[in-house]
Design a protein around this ligand. Structure first.
Ligand code: ATP
Ligand code: MG
Length: 154
């Protein structure tokens, strides 16, 4: 690979939306959305309720396919990927849902451990990594609680 190509790749945006439109039976929600986010960049989407912020994120994560236009994330043309390719792609990105999106019947520790278990990580490693991240967000005391359990003092 030439030095020039490497340099060009270094500046490739992490996310590119080009002329993206999406809608449902009752009409178009987003029309001609075009933007780029550079690696380590931050983009804030502001808009009234129902204007399509969550739909935009869902398209970036490959959870929703646009009606037209192109969505490119980390060099992948997400808008054209098959479900099988999308499964592998989603392992590389993070997505915090607007609602909790937790498994109500599983304790907090198991909710956090879910992806690691899917990947076949050893039990001891799962335990220490779960404890570490929960400690980091000062929620270590909730390990055994269910998502619906009330926090002490609330
Ligand atoms: N699966 C769907 N079927 C039909 N309409 C949908 C669907 N998903 C979203 N919509 C509609 O698309 C529009 C945009 O929704 P979206 O959830 O992206 O809004 P938002 O900007 O995230 O709003 P909020 O600020 O309330 O979170 C809304 O009118 C919503 O009702
Ligand atoms: Mg939303």
């Amino acid at each position: 690979m030439s030095a020039l190509t490497k340099e060009m790749l270094a500046f490739e945006p992490a996310i590119t939306f080009e002329d993206v439109s999406v809608g449902f039976d009752d009409g178009q929600v987003l029309r001609g959305v075009t933007f780029q986010v550079q690696e380590r960049g931050t983009l804030i989407l502001l808009g009234e309720t129902g204007t399509g912020k969550t739909l935009t994120l869902k398209m970036a994560a490959g959870l929703l396919t646009p009606n037209s236009g192109s969505v490119i994330v980390l060099g992948n043309e997400v808008s054209e990927m098959k479900e099988r390719e999308l499964l592998a792609f989603r392992r590389k990105i993070g997505f915090v849902f607007q609602e909790g999106a937790l498994f109500d019947s599983m304790p907090v520790a198991e909710n956090v451990a879910y992806r690691l278990r899917e990947d076949g990580v050893a039990d001891e490693e799962i335990e220490s990594r779960v404890r570490e991240v929960l400690q980091f967000v000062e929620l270590e005391h909730t390990l055994e609680q269910l998502p619906s359990d009330r926090l002490p003092g609330r």
